[in-house]
Design a protein around this ligand. Structure first.
Ligand SMILES: Nc1ncnc2c1ncn2[C@@H]1O[C@H](COP(=O)(O)OP(=O)(O)O)[C@@H](O)[C@H]1O
Ligand SMILES: [Mg+2]
Length: 210
């Protein structure tokens, strides 16, 4: 039975005005703002209000979250930002979630941006291994968990934690995780190999390539 995401995630009032503010991050389909009333929260809105794909991704994100909350609550505890609810904004419906920040308060950057900026340090490589181990342990078949959708929270000088900000549920394959352990493991291995290839590509295009 499909989940009605907008009914199953609470609506937060009142409406927010974001149009005059600068987003702290822009993806291909959504823009992210610091919540004007709470620096601990992120408000994610469609990048283009008239673009159906942007709106569909918003809905999809809520559906994914509701699916995990109902069927895999343990998965939500560690590496997925908590969704507080949805809110009307002057840029369309916003998803309000926990804003990932580093230990020093800076907004965490995604892994792709971080690698482009400073390369792949041993501590970042260890954090990627940690994410991969977690995905395997949870048997979470995601979609498009590329480096741009993993946010790297800097917990200490050499300590990072990777959190996934979108694409948590691969609908076509999610049943695998429950029914066919070996097939699910293979699927996850393939996804993780793709993740590694995307990381290598980013490392390769950096000046000096390290
Ligand atoms: N909860 C969050 N905390 C910190 N940064 C986030 C959060 N959610 C998203 N971001 C940042 O915003 C960017 C765009 O968000 P994303 O959900 O990937 O949108 P899109 O669907 O457009 O790719 C991400 O790459 C990440 O850098
Ligand atoms: Mg993205």
């Amino acid at each position: 039975m499909p989940i009605d995401a907008y009914k199953s995630i609470p609506s937060l009032a009142p409406a927010l005005s974001l149009a005059g503010l600068e987003p702290f991050a822009k993806g291909g389909h959504r823009h992210c703002y610091v919540h004007p009333e709470n620096p601990g929260l992120c408000v994610k809105v469609p990048a283009r209000a008239d673009d159906g794909r942007c709106r569909a991704l918003q809905r999809r994100e809520l559906e994914d979250y509701a699916t995990l909350r109902d069927r895999r609550p343990a998965v939500l505890l560690e590496r997925i930002p908590v969704i507080e609810g949805v809110v009307d904004t002057d840029l369309g419906v916003g998803i309000v979630s926990e804003l990932c920040r580093d230990a020093d308060g800076r907004i965490s950057r995604n892994l792709a941006a971080l690698i482009s900026e400073q390369g792949l340090s041993p501590s970042l490589a260890a954090a990627i291994d940690g994410l991969k181990r977690w995905l395997k342990t949870q048997r979470l078949v995601t979609r498009d968990t590329g480096p741009h959708n993993a946010v790297a929270m800097r917990l200490g000088e050499d300590e990072w934690k990777l959190v996934i900000v979108e694409g948590w549920v691969h609908r076509r394959y999610q049943w695998l995780a429950r029914c066919h352990r070996v097939l699910a493991e293979r699927m996850i291995d393939r996804q993780l190999a793709k993740f590694d290839r995307r990381v290598s590509k980013l490392v390769g295009v950096r000046p000096g390539g390290s």
